[in-house]
Design a protein around this ligand. Sequence first.
Ligand code: CP3
Length: 355
Amino acid sequence: MKAQPAPSRSHVRGPFLRVLAGEALDPPPVWLMRQAGRYLPEYRRLREDAGSFLKLCLTPELASEATLQPIRRFGFDAAILFADILLIPHALGQHLEYIEGEGPRLEALTSPVDIDRLHPEERVDEVLAAVFATVTSVRSRLPHEKAVIGFAGAPWTVATYMIGGGRGLDHALHWVRKDPAGYNVLSRILEAATVRYLCAQVEAGADALQLFDSWAGTLPDDTTFRRFSVQATRRIVEGVRESHPGIPIIGFPRGASRSGYLEYARETGIDMIALDQSVNADWSARELQPILPVQGNLDPALLSPGQNGLVEEARRIRRVFQKGPHVFNLGHGIRPDADPDRVELLVSTLRNEGA
Ligand code: CP3
């Protein structure tokens, strides 16, 4: 059952929210995962001025500027909040740093006992207050027809960083295989913190939410996928809807199998499913799009210099999904070496030409 959009938000029902509610539009609305980032020279300047990535995320004037940069440049239909999925572990008291050229480093949780040392989930409200202020600022500065997307990482994806400290998946996989009940304790903590965090984003003005389960495809088997991706996501969706019944939610179970995507589409209660580039578009149009709107799924590598076939592939994806509700996006986040001129070419290809 699809919940109705909250009436108070009907004034911002531009193309992106219309598709999320089930309408087929041609051309499709477009935004790109990780659309704010190092491939943009204006982002690199802002990042340098901020000094650290965490400071950029937690200073509303800077984070709202980063959120709006790609909208000004490309006119995307939705702005995704500039923040990071690892702000939740930060709020739960885990030491977090972003190392230049390497990525995030967390003080790893090495045993279930470390879970007891995490701060209570209520800390999210206070530690991440700046994020909610960013949402409000972005909403007030964006034209009404453009949506503001709030987001969080799904529990398994966030836990892989918390357990491995940012150094890989092995420890998290070992934990989930050997002690699923112990891992479940961590999953429940993350679910509660995430519901809180997402509800606060909606209250601050977010028009839709996306849950990034970027490592869903690494869960070792159908049982752990069902338990720690599908069911964890379903509980978050239900938790958010208890306070905000109409808020549209997008789910991204990256790397899941075909049967995994189907189960996730049917069982989580999300409103739209984001497809990674490994999922066959014709199959998705046949099997997933009748269940719910789809988002995706251009290979982000096509935006890097020297790649052939960008325009053809963008047209193909548009055509395959044309008869049903589709938001054009990438199959994963845009890469730091993406060429902004190719992003411009992508947007103009989608907007100016019939497929
Ligand atoms: O534009 C946007 O999409 C909004 C902001 C956003 C960021 N991270 C900013 C960011 C979003 C939605 C994310 C999600 C995120 N963060 C995910 C899920 C999506 C995915 O890509 O799978 C994950 C796994 C993370 C964790 C994370 N944050 C990693 C692994 C890294 C390092 C890799 C990298 O790209 O640098 C980050 C850092 C990060 N998050 C940057 C940005 C713009 C780069 C930081 C910098 O400026 O140096």
